[in-house]
Write a protein that binds this ligand. Structure first.
Ligand code: SAM
Ligand code: SF4
Length: 330
């Protein structure tokens, strides 16, 4: 079997697939003015059948995990149909999502029943007011209720991500609050370093802070770095026997971050993106139209992988095609 491997020996068992650019939140670092239709691009979002064929091709290329993201993936009316199609026909072993969780309290049961294998929820602060300031929405209580509902249904693979923001959610008190939260909760919590994108330079300059502030806190509190196998991905995790959950850090500006890259991205309009911050994006949607195009689709993806670069050049301020992360799903 031909599997996805680039010229630097990295393998790609994991795809992030954006299924919509639309989002109902206004996170300051991503869509501060809310989602606006891109008038320069009138293509629609890929439909459920196209996604089904894409997933099948990817699984035949050795991909075992697909993360559905966005925008906000759960705003799509056919969200559960998409999960069903991927799970039923494609051979993909794990289907997971990243969501802002805005209707998690209402769809927890459907999530459990859909067979989804994991849910990552973005919660930038456990402080209701801070959460509201960052996202533009006073929805923290519903999101936390959604997590409870999932847990009551014995849905176990729940992770929480927060973007680390200087002066907003980076105090020892914030870290302690999360520690308290994961003490008896089997949930992994990770801080992601704020990334610069084409649209957010001022915000980035004002709020970016190195994840070191958090990792220093973890060392002081006796958290121990977990060592991994080769394909573990970019999150560095920390363990503490007194806590049920784990802490983690995703620090894209750290040295050698790209060495552990194990993911490719596909946008909601069917562009393959080799790197979140790359300048290459080729449309592959025309080969998702019929069942008999799967071999051609696989060939195109394999060929494209030869163009994947060794590293992003984010530390030099090069953000590539990425205006904000709502089109590439973070
Ligand atoms: N709307 C969903 C959500 O927020 O979880 C999925 C899409 S969102 C683009 C995916 C992830 O990217 C979220 O965890 C979000 O916090 C993160 N993100 C967005 N913009 C970012 C940035 N500039 N730097 C770091 N993380 C960012
Ligand atoms: Fe929406 Fe997610 Fe971007 Fe926030 S980070 S604006 S929830 S897409």
């Amino acid at each position: 079997m031909n599997i996805l491997k680039d010229s630097f020996g990295r393998r790609f068992p994991y795809i992030r697939l954006s299924i919509t650019d639309v989002c109902n939140f206004k996170c300051g670092y991503c869509l501060p003015d809310g989602y606006k239709v891109d008038k320069s691009d009138n293509r629609t979002f890929i439909n459920a059948d196209e996604i089904g064929r894409l997933a099948k091709a990817l699984s035949e290329l050795g991909v075992c995990k697909i993360r559905l993201t966005g925008g906000e993936p759960t705003v799509r009316k056919d969200f559960f149909e998409i999960i069903k199609i991927i799970k039923k026909n494609s051979g993909i072993k794990k289907t997971v999502i990243t969501t802002n969780g805005y209707r998690l309290d209402r769809i927890a049961k459907n999530i459990k029943d859909s067979g989804l294998d994991g849910v990552n929820i973005s919660i930038d602060s456990l402080n209701r007011e801070t959460f509201k300031i960052i996202t533009g929405h006073d929805r923290l209580p519903e999101i936390l209720k959604g997590i409870k509902n999932l847990q009551e249904l014995n849905f176990n693979n729940i992770k929480i991500n927060a973007v680390l923001l200087k002066g907003i959610n980076d105090s020892e008190k914030d870290f302690d609050q999360w520690a308290e939260f994961i003490k008896d909760n089997e949930i992994d919590f990770r801080y992601i370093e704020l990334m610069q994108t084409g649209d957010n330079l001022d915000y980035f300059n004002k709020y970016h802070i190195s994840a070191k502030k958090f990792t220093n806190y973890l060392s002081n509190k006796n958290w121990i770095v977990q060592t991994f196998g080769k394909d573990a991905g970019p999150s560095k995790n920390y363990l503490n026997p007194k806590f049920k959950g784990k802490f983690g850090v995703i620090a894209p500006y750290s040295k050698d971050f790209c060495k552990s890259c194990n993911r490719l991205r596909i946008t909601a309009k069917g562009d393959l993106r080799l790197c979140l911050f790359g300048n290459t994006g080729i449309n592959i949607r025309h080969l998702m139209q019929k069942d008999n195009q799967i071999e051609e689709l696989k060939d195109l993806i394999l060929k494209q992988l030869n163009y994947k670069k060794e590293s992003h050049y984010l530390e030099l301020g090069e953000t590539g095609l990425t205006k904000n992360l709502s089109t590439t799903g973070g």
